[in-house]
Design a protein. Structure first.
Length: 278
C-alpha cells in the first residue's frame, strides 16, 4: 500500500466529540438512509485530542457520527488524522444571509453580549483579520452598513460572542456557507439579501483544546481540508452494531481493507476530483 494510505480504525463511538454545533434535523433523514442501505459509505474523519482522554474530535462527518450515536451503535469506523499532518488544512467558511430585514438584523447584532463594533466604509478592501485581536468578524449588511465586530481576547468569551453573532440569524433567516468575501456577488441571487459575515481564521490546536473542554464553535464555520481522504468505503453496518469486542472488529476491518487492496478495488486519484453522485 502507498505510504500515505488513509489510516482507518474501529473506534468507540462515545469517544468521538464534535467541535461545532450540530443541527439534529439533518440527522433524521440520514438515519433512514443508513437503515435502508446498511452501509457506512464515507467514514468520518477524526483527530485525537492528545490530552490523555482517548477522545477524538470529528473534523468531518458530524451527521454520520450523530446518526450512529442516535442508533446506539457501540463502534464506528473512522479515518484518523493527526495535528502535525501537513496535509490537514483548516480554513474558514463565511455566511451569506437572506430572508431577514437588514435593519432588524443590525439591531440584533448590536445587542450581542460583549460585542464591540467599529464601522468601516462599505466597499473598502477587506482588512487582514489575522492582524486584529478579539475574534474579528467583518459584517457587510445589505443596507450599506459595514462593521468589524470584535470582543475580548478571552477564548471562552470569543466562543460565546461568535455563538451570539450566528444566533442573530441562524433560526430567523436562511444562510449558506461560502468562500466569497463580497456582498455584491449575491445581490443578483437573493432579492431579500441581508448580510455577509466574514469570519476569522481558526487554529487547529485551539479548536482541539476548545472542543476537549466542551466549548464548541457555532455551526458551519470550520472548513477542514484532508488529503488523502477515504471515500466510498461502503463498510457494512452490521459489523459495527454487533456486540463483538473492539479488538475483533479492528482485526476484521484491517483484513477487509487488505482484501480490497489485493483485488484492486481501491483506487487513488492524484488529481482534483469532482463527484457527481453525492
Amino acid at each position: 500500500m502507498r505510504p500515505d494510505f488513509p489510516e482507518l480504525h474501529i473506534l468507540p463511538l462515545p469517544s468521538l466529540i464534535l467541535h461545532e454545533d450540530h443541527d439534529q434535523q439533518r440527522t433524521i433523514p440520514l438515519i433512514d438512509k443508513l437503515r435502508a442501505q446498511g452501509i457506512l459509505r464515507n467514514p468520518p474523519v477524526v483527530m485525537p485530542l492528545n490530552d490523555g482522554s482517548q477522545r477524538y474530535m470529528v473534523l468531518d462527518g458530524a451527521n454520520r457520527v450523530t446518526a450512529l450515536q442516535t442508533l446506539e451503535f457501540p463502534h464506528i469506523v473512522a479515518q484518523v488524522v493527526h495535528p502535525d499532518d501537513p496535509n490537514i488544512k483548516l480554513g474558514t467558511w463565511h455566511h451569506v444571509v437572506w430572508g431577514i430585514d437588514p435593519n432588524r438584523l443590525e439591531d440584533r447584532i448590536r445587542r450581542v453580549a460583549n460585542i464591540r463594533l467599529m464601522q468601516v466604509e462599505a466597499g473598502a478592501p477587506l482588512p487582514d483579520l489575522r492582524a486584529l485581536d478579539g475574534a474579528p468578524v467583518h459584517i457587510q449588511l445589505a443596507n450599506g452598513t459595514c462593521f468589524i465586530a470584535t470582543t475580548s481576547n478571552d477564548p471562552l468569551e470569543q466562543v460565546a460572542y461568535l455563538h451570539g453573532l450566528v444566533d442573530t440569524y441562524r433560526h430567523r433567516a436562511f444562510l449558506d456557507r461560502t468562500s466569497e468575501t463580497r456582498l455584491e456577488a449575491f445581490r443578483s441571487i437573493h432579492s431579500d439579501l441581508a448580510a455577509l459575515f466574514i469570519f476569522p481564521p481558526f487554529d487547529v490546536q485551539m479548536v482541539l483544546t476548545m472542543a476537549g473542554g466542551g466549548n464548541i464553535l457555532p455551526t458551519g464555520l470550520t472548513r477542514f481540508s484532508i488529503s488523502p481522504r477515504a471515500l466510498h468505503l461502503n463498510y457494512p453496518l452490521h459489523e459495527l452494531s454487533s456486540a463483538k469486542p473492539i479488538e475483533y472488529k479492528e482485526a476484521y476491518l484491517q483484513r477487509w481493507i487488505q482484501e480490497r487492496v489485493k483485488h484492486k478495488s481501491v483506487r487513488f486519484y492524484a488529481e482534483s476530483t469532482y463527484l457527481f453522485d453525492e
